[in-house]
Design a protein around this ligand. Sequence first.
Ligand code: PNS
Length: 159
Amino acid sequence: MNIAVYPGSFDPITNGHLNIIERASTIFDEVVVGILVNPDKKGLFSIEERVELIKRVTSHIPNVRVESFSGLLVDFMKNNNIKVIVKGLRAVSDFEYEFQMSLMNKKLSQDIETLFMMTSAEYSFLSSSSVKQVAAFGGCIKGLVPDEIIQDIMSKFCD
Ligand code: PNS
């Protein structure tokens, strides 16, 4: 079975992420969305909340699984028998960081490959942090994240 991992922080998932997941799910038998548990970074959403939000917005894609992981991505991949990492590239500015990460992952584990998909032009400006910034200042996030999670994000800012 050809399985790919789509790793990230997903705090929260955006329409750009979802677009990559949907496209990857047509190429691979299974796409595992891997949410990094980063103890140094307190996110807007807890890991459990992120898992739930991603499950909710990917429920229409049967071959998507949502998991969290801590430590090295290559170790998570080994434990789950995954050989391919899928990443989205938005712009040239993403390239340097992603290139460095893919070389490091290759160094750590020679039998894995990183495949990059170009983000759809309509989402090329989008990031989780910009969504949080817009929401924090009361801006409209419709179209930036799936409709089903808009309320979850807005309610984080009006408690
Ligand atoms: O959404 P993000 O924050 O850009 O995702 C970054 C992520 C989770 C893909 C990356 O930080 C990661 O893979 N972290 C796990 C630690 C690891 O394996 N590091 C070695 C590669 S540099």
